[in-house]
Ligand binder design. Structure first.
Ligand code: CA
Length: 226
């Protein structure tokens, strides 16, 4: 996964839904359930974006907003507020939030806003991942392999992104499924096979190599650094 997004949200339903939707988009997420752990996470690492609920159990999300602005002035912040909290919203924007979203919200809208915020701050080209003959665009979900380009559905893209981000490493069925579906227990057993079959059909059998009895991999390009 390319982007690490920091989600600070105490509502378990909303948090789980967001984790699922964002993982589906190939965005990795660290989820903190209160302001204190959110601030700790901000001091530890620099996320690509902060998704911040202003109504948190231990203290105000505004404090987290201030910590984030101070520690990582260039990291965009998207605040989540309740419909009637107009004052909060204004205060959040004045304190440096880049955008806001009102509860209840649709995932499509949220993802569109996240993409828009990331697009504004990312230098051109940083959403492209290339390894050998595979090239992936994390904004558009376009995948290119050997002169063929296809816009992939979310799960196929996530799988290819995961393997391409770790070229030359073999992952077992368990490891891949855990990475792709940790949030979803009702995935059928053959879901991974279906995804691999579909990707091979769209491109070529060689796009994902099977190492018999061990797992799957994307070949490491011989001239690639690291
Ligand atoms: Ca809340």
């Amino acid at each position: 996964m390319i982007q690490q997004l920091l989600l600070i949200e105490d509502d378990p339903m909303i948090g789980r839904g967001l984790m699922r939707a964002l993982n589906d988009e190939g965005i990795s997420v660290e989820w903190c359930h209160d302001a204190t752990s959110g601030e700790t996470a901000l001091l530890r690492a620099r996320p690509a974006l902060v998704l911040l609920d202003l109504g948190l159990p231990d203290k105000s999300g505004m404090d987290v907003l201030a910590t984030s602005r101070k520690r990582h002035p260039d990291v965009p912040i998207l605040i989540i507020t309740a419909r009637d909290d107009v004052d909060d919203r204004v205060a959040g924007l004045e304190a440096g939030a880049d955008d806001y979203i009102i509860k209840p919200f649709g995932m499509k809208e949220l993802l569109a806003r996240i993409r828009a915020v990331l697009r504004r701050i990312e230098p051109a080209g940083s959403h492209l991942l290339t390894n050998g003959e595979i090239s992936l665009n994390t904004l558009t979900h376009e995948a290119s392999y050997r002169n063929r380009s296809v816009i992939l559905p979310a799960r196929e893209f996530s799988l290819l992104l995961f393997l391409t981000s770790n070229p030359g490493k073999i992952f077992s069925r368990d490891q891949i499924e855990q990475r792709l579906y940790e949030w979803n227990r009702d995935v059928t057993n053959n879901a991974l096979d279906v995804l691999i079959y579909s990707l091979r059909k769209k491109f070529d059998n060689e796009i994902i190599r099977n190492v018999r009895g061990i797992g799957w991999m994307v070949l490491k390009h011989p001239h690639q650094a690291n």
